[in-house]
Design a protein around this ligand. Structure first.
Ligand SMILES: Cc1ncc(COP(=O)(O)O)c(C=O)c1O
Length: 417
């Protein structure tokens, strides 16, 4: 808190890929806020949809017998977009963290309904980010996010994020106690790490062999980010549960969900399942659901997932060129996600280097984020133009150069000319 006390950016306006602060400075929002503004800022039709819904029923709960039209319509629309077919179910949450918590609870409950209550373990991966609630913190492969809170959830196991053999070893040893494997289709906050070729097909096959549920955390990778409606589509797998948030509303209202395929859904619809004593005050919030419906209509009308698919080579080539800079180790891309990895030797020499680059980029009119101290996050609105993609590369290059220049000046003044 002390560090940002005199360094705030107070955002007062946003439009398309741009935001403006209270001094009138504009910045290209290359992070789409926190990875979520898929349709870009300032969409009047979403504000109109929220206003229209608020005038009818702004809020009502969905416990017990209660439902509302936007929640029902959104569930139906999501089922059309999801890979599961008609026999699936959608459970609404406030955002990604509670959707992760819900999915883990559902996975455990699923096995209990099957008479296998010993299956409680959730397997997560190194570098994983699954939000900040109880389960998400316990499943954090970013170690700093799990540290310092005292005892976390029991029955969690970790495997290296890219190692199928390690996953098989855990399943072989302890598979009878495993409820589910959870993973981001492309690791986001842990540094933008696309999976090795064949990884997800391999995970799906292992989950089938050991009869374990697969939870795809698509909070970042859903709704066009990887050139498909869902990242699991890109990698050719059908998970058992899908967790979504962010891009489902492009952030215009807080909303998340857990979607279940037929296998999990049918268990919960059986008489043995009993009551589902789980739900949130704002589950199925009508205004948030109306916002999501309008957002999904824009994504469809403007063929945004296809647009990302078509422009991915341009995006990767333009940003990939940054790898030639001496401060950059590599650029990792998938869809409209890029992680600019900063060279380890440069970071070792200057521990605050990535923060310095983020600040220098802001000075150049560009918002990027520091991920886990080694990578810059680039995840712009999916409506970004090719000129704006070039702007990101140009301004980031200038920021990198200015940081190099600063360090040369500092070395000169320390050591003399
Ligand atoms: C992969 C993933 N899962 C879950 C979450 C948590 O979502 P929220 O911040 O909406 O609770 C995030 C947030 O960044 C995320 O990136």
């Amino acid at each position: 808190m002390a560090e940002v006390a005199n360094d705030q950016v107070v955002v007062v306006r946003a439009d398309g890929c741009w935001i403006w602060d209270d001094t009138g400075r504009g910045y290209l929002d290359a992070s789409a806020a926190l990875w979520y503004c898929n349709v870009g800022h300032g969409r009047r039709e979403i504000a109109d949809a929220a206003w229209a819904q608020m005038k009818r029923v702004a809020a009502y709960h969905t416990f017990d017998v209660f439902a509302n039209e936007p929640a029902l319509d959104l569930a139906e629309r999501l089922v059309e977009l999801l890979p599961f077919g008609a026999e699936s179910a959608v459970f609404f949450t406030n955002g990604g963290s509670d959707a992760v918590d819900s999915a883990c609870k559902f996975a455990r409950r699923y096995w209990r309904i099957q008479g296998r209550s010993e299956r409680t373990t959730i397997i997560a991966r190194s570098s994983a980010y699954h939000g900040m609630n109880g389960f998400g913190t316990s499943l954090a492969g970013i170690e700093a996010n799990a540290a310092g809170w005292g005892a976390l959830m029991p029955d969690v196991q970790f495997v290296p994020w890219d190692d199928l053999q390690a996953l098989e070893d855990v399943l072989e040893r302890d598979g009878d106690h495993v409820a589910a494997v959870i993973g981001e289709m492309v690791i986001g906050a842990g540094g933008v790490l696309p999976p090795p070729p064949g990884y997800w097909e391999g995970v799906r096959a292992l989950c089938d062999t050991y009869d374990v549920l697969l939870i795809a955390d698509e909070v970042v990778t859903g709704f066009g980010r990887l050139g498909h409606w869902f990242g699991s589509e890109r990698y050719g797998i059908e998970p058992d549960l899908i967790v979504g948030a962010k891009g489902v509303t492009s952030g215009y209202a807080p909303l998340g969900f857990v979607a279940a395929g037929p296998k999990v859904r049918s268990a919960f619809w059986s008489l043995e399942a009993g009551a589902l004593r789980h739900g949130y005050t704002y589950s199925g919030h009508p205004t948030a659901c109306a916002v999501a419906l309008e957002n999904l209509a824009i994504l469809e009308r403007e063929s945004i997932p296809q647009r990302v698919h078509d422009l991915e080579p341009t995006f990767a080539e333009t940003l990939g060129a940054l790898a030639d800079h001496p401060l950059v180790e590599e650029v990792r891309c998938a869809g409209f996600l890029a992680g600019v990895g900063i060279a380890p030797d440069a970071r070792a020499a200057r521990p605050r280097l990535v923060d310095e680059i983020v600040r220098a980029a802001r000075h150049e009119g560009l918002i990027v984020r520091n991920l886990v101290g080694h990578t810059l996050q680039i995840s712009p609105p999916l409506t970004i133009s090719t000129d704006e993609i070039r702007y990101i590369a140009d301004r980031l290059l200038r920021a990198l150069d200015s940081v190099v220049l600063d360090s040369q000046t500092a070395a000169l003044s320390e050591n003399g000319p």
